[in-house]
Design a binder for this molecule. Structure first.
Ligand code: DAH
Length: 345
């Protein structure tokens, strides 16, 4: 009679003491048992017994391996009781993540402006009405304030006005002018961009989100004129899209620039041929940017003499830039947290 119990005991003992427990599966004792199946009286019963033995050896090997791993992970100076024999818990399956397309493109556009000599600054997600309006030449009660309907907190600023989620990155203009003011005295330009998140109380559709991204640009020096503004933006957009582009510059109105312009790109989806196009509403152009020469009042409030220095500013929707680059048809994908969408980038 084959003594299965005794063989099992020996092999399990070897599994516990061996440096390579896996090698016990190749032990001569096991091989001999497999060889005996052929000549056994009851092949089926003998074969089943050999298989059960092998499964118990495998279980002993698995236990030994998880103990070894747990021991390796035991910190040297543990002060709390800890069960080092515990099995390693099964981990949940994980997918490799990807960088959000907006983050990728913020890095790219910061790089392009960085090479043009611009510093990169962050905005903030709660601000006060001085930075949102007054510093930008929107006095209290100015009708243009209504174009920037956003979310407010129940807390108030020092003037008793509610704090707000900034509706544009222009809230940073005053801070940039103040921070880099001393560069002008040294004969250097103020040049900075602010790519960051902004908020609006919008009716949502394929082109409008309550949370989106803008990049603000500010450039001030002696003798700056509108031709430099248009050249800078065109240079940036052509570098960004790596192609020659149709752009349209129209007069516009912003309280903080004079003159003000609106910059548009030809619609890359339908090129103006589809009257039902969701991206341009059949207009053939996608409005991308507001810009202009910084209003003298905005310079004055930041202690910059508009008789000596002039400058330009621009605010560009990053989501739209990225939508056109990747042919994304609906702005709401960006904040949707849909992994199928995000994994494409
Ligand atoms: N802040 C404006 C908006 O969101 C965009 C803008 C227009 C920014 C003109 C500027 C500018 O810096 O000069 O509608």
């Amino acid at each position: 009679m084959t003594d299965f119990d005794q063989i099992e005991q020996q092999l399990v003992e070897r599994v516990r003491s061996s440096k390579e427990p896996q090698s016990v599966l190749r032990a001569p004792e096991l091989k001999a048992l497999y060889a005996q199946i052929r000549t056994a009286d009851d092949k089926a019963a003998f074969g089943a017994a050999v298989n059960q033995l092998k499964q118990r050896i495998e279980a002993a090997i698995a236990e030994r391996q998880s103990d070894t791993l747990a021991a390796a992970r035991t910190p040297i100076d543990v002060t709390a009781p800890m069960d080092v024999n515990a099995r390693i818990p099964d981990t949940l399956p994980a997918y490799r993540g990807s960088r959000h397309p907006i983050s990728q493109e913020i890095a790219r556009l910061s790089d392009i402006f960085g090479r043009m000599g611009y510093a990169v600054e962050d905005s903030r997600e709660i601000d006060d009405q001085f930075h949102m309006f007054e510093s930008l030449n929107f006095p209290k009660g100015h009708p243009a304030r209504d174009d920037y309907d956003t979310f407010m907190t129940v807390e108030h600023d020092a003037d008793g006005d509610p704090l707000i989620a900034p509706a544009h990155t222009s809230t940073m203009q005053y801070r940039i002018l103040k921070k880099y003011r001393s560069q002008l005295d040294r004969g250097e330009a103020i040049a900075a961009i602010v790519p960051d998140r902004v908020f609006r109380n919008e009716d949502l559709d394929a082109r409008h989100e309550h949370t989106f991204y803008q990049v603000e640009g500010v450039y001030v020096a002696e003798g700056v004129h509108a031709g430099m503004l248009i050249a800078t933006l065109q240079e940036f957009l052509q570098e960004y899209y790596a192609q020659t582009l149709d752009v349209r510059v129209n007069p516009f109105y912003f309280p903080f620039t004079e003159p003000s312009f609106e910059f548009a790109l030809s619609c890359p989806f339908c090129k103006g041929t589809d009257s039902t196009c969701k991206v341009c509403s059949g207009e053939g152009w996608v409005e991308l940017l507001g810009c202009g020469m910084i209003h003298p009042n905005v310079l004055k409030i930041a202690d910059i003499d508009p008789a000596v220095y002039t400058g330009f500013a621009f605010g560009c929707g990053i989501d739209r830039l990225v939508m056109m680059k990747h042919q994304i048809e609906d702005i709401r994908h960006f904040e949707s947290a849909k992994l199928d969408f995000l994994r494409q980038f």
